[in-house]
Design a protein around this ligand. Structure first.
Ligand SMILES: C[S@@+](CC[C@H](N)C(=O)[O-])C[C@H]1O[C@@H](n2cnc3c(N)ncnc32)[C@H](O)[C@@H]1O
Length: 253
């Protein structure tokens, strides 16, 4: 993989409105009627983390070290910092990371600006990997695949991952559904290209793409990347009463 087209829009969100770029709730833009305050934003992270952690602990999580992919303005990173002994947090947006750094003072977190597909860590250097509201914005499954290969490389044996991503299930295996999905992706790619062109000339707000993952995908691919005990779990976060699908997996020994 050479470059990620979506990095540009995420850099832009970091510049114009990092908190809304992370939590795009109605009226909570910088100029909206009820803009995010730092207090509300990080409290939202605390509340969501409580829901996430309950499920991760049930599956099994090692508190020694954690990598967070797509940390944004540090909404969840702040919580990871008080749970894990050490945290590596990566994001493609320098301004998001700057915002997070200004609000998280603990020395247990190390931030990295990343290229959107590599993980700047040594082989087998972390036990746990977490990501939320990030994999849903990738341009294609290839970006996720590149990350799964990288996660497998940097994770210690028996470490676990918890990754939020939208999942769908085909109504049947009939090829018509695959054709509909492929057509939908083609239209979405053309639209994104057009919107990015407008963005380049300053005509519109940065986009946020939405990618869905076929349920079967994880059971087919994760074992190839050296993962076992694959589980999908959907639960409601209390902050907004919305069901959140998560992937859990354990690195082989
Ligand atoms: C909606 S925000 C979520 C931030 C954070 N995970 C949270 O829930 O508070 C998405 C974040 O993912 C980052 N991001 C997008 N594509 C990425 C990629 N390929 N690799 C790493 N980070 C990425 C964006 O810059 C942005 O900060």
């Amino acid at each position: 993989m050479k470059k990620i087209d979506s990095n540009k829009e995420w850099k832009k969100w970091g510049e114009i409105d990092p908190l809304f770029g992370v939590a795009s709730w109605k009226n909570r833009e910088k100029n909206g009627s009820n803009p995010w305050t730092d207090r509300d934003f990080y409290q939202l992270g605390e509340k969501d983390w409580r829901d996430f952690l309950r499920h991760w602990e049930k599956y099994g999580v090692n508190k020694e070290s954690c990598l967070e992919i797509g940390c944004g303005a540090g909404r969840i990173t702040m919580q990871l910092a008080s749970y894990f002994n050490s945290v590596h947090a990566i994001d493609v947006s320098d301004k998001m990371i700057e915002y997070a750094k200004n609000n998280i003072s603990t020395s247990s977190v190390i931030f990295f600006i990343s290229n959107g597909f590599d993980i700047p860590l040594h082989d087998q250097s972390v036990y746990s990997v977490f990501s939320t509201h990030v994999f849903q914005h990738f341009d294609s499954l290839q970006v996720a695949e590149s990350y799964f290969a990288e996660i497998s490389r940097v994770m210690k044996p028996s470490g676990t991952l918890m990754i939020h991503l939208p999942i769908y299930k085909w109504p049947s295996q009939h090829r018509i559904f695959k054709m509909i999905y492929a057509a939908r992706n083609t239209i979405s790619n053309v639209r994104a290209k057009y919107q990015r062109l407008l963005m380049q000339y300053g005509h519109r707000k940065p986009i946020m793409r939405q990618l869905m993952y076929p349920l079967e995908y994880f059971y087919e691919y994760m074992p190839k990347y050296n993962f076992k005990d694959i589980e999908l779990s959907v639960f409601v976060t209390k902050s907004n009463n919305v069901p959140h699908p998560f992937l859990f997996a354990r690195r082989n020994n």
